[in-house]
Ligand binder design. Structure first.
Ligand code: PMP
Ligand code: GLN
Length: 395
């Protein structure tokens, strides 16, 4: 008998690592896994370097440096009007650790946890490993809208939690106020807690400020809000994240975190604290750079004959393959495009647990646009030629 836990025995390698691995091996342009090519803010990198030489390199307090916990609370007060205290913020090694800690802290054996699909691929296995049972609600392109009625239909006496990723990766869509209010209403009436993965809260291109489910009346006691400096500052390798919650939730999260990683590198915590204190104009400038890349890739793909789905957030654009005249399914497209065109992408069905059972989309591919202009232009040229080749194969 295998000594391996069934969740891991049955698991493959995440699509992000698969695609980045193939890109490295083949020398392809990597528009798959989401990360900027730019080195990141020189200010923040200098702050981390200074902290390495001038400050302590020993264990920080397990819930995080007080300076960073205050900076997270201050950032959310300023930019989202939230009223969080230091004790309500726990620093983690990226949002991925926050998700794991939150699920370990809140899921009891046999609990059902609602996942909206498509979803970050860590959710389902983490729920299962925590002893829970993932239950999926499908979202559909092009709007990927939340339907409280469909949510309600999946609930049973065993449902205790839902995970809401807003803005949504991979779609880049954003839940409306009305959709959030309807989800909050279901949570209150059915006594559910929500783990709100809001890592994309600050990567937004529609000029609308982020609103957390935590901000809806009655929700502060039942929400864990998760954020990531990796996304806010485009420094994905730093893996500094956090989770915010009240009262007994916060206490339980701190207990789970102390025996997962206990703490995270102090120099990076210092630097992120400095970064979060930057003025709004600084964030607007950073997002302006990403917005320009987004426009460039969208225009290039459209010129090349690809139909780009509407979105408002994240570093990603999604393409509708059949609407673009491409009859390959998403996995075949991604597998062939990385080999034959030298461009890596993410097939959205890889982020859709139970895609067959739920009739999920198999015709949408995700591209990351946070790359220099020359890289985007070369990728577009290669994808244009690849599209022509695939269309010609059929005639
Ligand atoms: N949640 C979502 C929805 C994400 O897109 C990502 C990373 N792309 C994460 C969590 C993980 O964030 P981190 O790198 O901070 O662990
Ligand atoms: N979530 C990131 C993305 O969407 C990847 C994160 C990872 O690879 N762990 O690209």
């Amino acid at each position: 008998m295998t000594p391996v836990h069934p969740v891991y025995a049955a698991m493959g390698t995440t699509i992000f690592e698969q695609m980045s691995g193939l890109s490295r091996e083949l020398g392809a342009i990597n528009l798959g896994q989401g990360f900027p090519d730019e080195p990141g803010s020189p200010d923040l990198i200098a702050a981390a370097a200074r902290a390495l030489t001038e400050k302590s390199n020993q264990y920080p307090p397990s819930p995080g440096l007080p300076e960073l916990r205050d900076a997270v609370a201050g950032f959310y007060a300023r930019r989202q009007g939230l009223n969080l205290r230091r004790e309500e913020v726990i620093v983690t090694s990226g949002a991925t650790e926050a998700l794991a800690a939150a699920l370990l802290a809140l899921v009891r054996p046999g609990d059902q946890v609602v996942l909206f699909q498509p979803a970050y691929d860590a959710y389902a296995p983490l729920v299962e490993r925590a002893g829970g049972e993932p239950v999926s609600v499908a979202l559909s392109p092009p709007a990927w809208a939340y339907d409280a009625g469909k949510l309600e239909e999946t609930l049973t006496a065993r449902t205790r939690l839902l995970i809401l990723n807003d803005p949504l990766n991979p779609a880049g869509s954003v839940a409306s106020e009305a959709e959030l209010a309807a989800i909050a209403e279901v949570c209150l009436r059915r006594d559910l807690c929500a783990i709100c993965d809001e890592v994309w809260e600050d990567v937004r291109f529609d000029g609308v400020g982020h609103r957390s489910l935590l901000d809806f009346p009655g929700m502060a006691e039942r929400v864990v809000k998760i954020g990531s400096a990796g996304k806010i500052f485009g420094l994905t390798g730093w893996k500094i994240g956090w989770m915010c919650a009240r009262g007994e939730l916060a206490t339980a999260l701190g207990r789970a975190h102390q025996f997962l990683t206990f703490t995270s590198p102090p120099a990076l915590q210092w630097a992120v604290a400095e970064g979060l204190a930057k003025p709004d104009a600084w964030f607007a400038e950073q997002n302006g750079g990403w917005a320009a890349s987004r426009e460039r890739l969208a225009a290039g793909l459209a010129e090349a004959g690809y139909v780009v789905l509407p979105n408002a957030a994240t570093w990603f654009l999604c393409v509708d393959l059949p609407a673009s005249g491409v009859t390959l399914d998403d996995r075949t497209f991604s597998a062939r495009a990385v080999r034959e065109a030298g461009v890596a992408s993410i097939p959205v069905s890889a982020l859709f647990d139970g895609v067959d059972d739920l009739g999920g989309p198999r015709h949408v591919v995700r591209f990351c646009f946070t790359k220099p202009d020359a890289v985007l232009d070369e990728a577009v040229a290669r994808l244009a030629a690849f599209r022509r080749k695939v269309i010609e194969e059929r005639v």
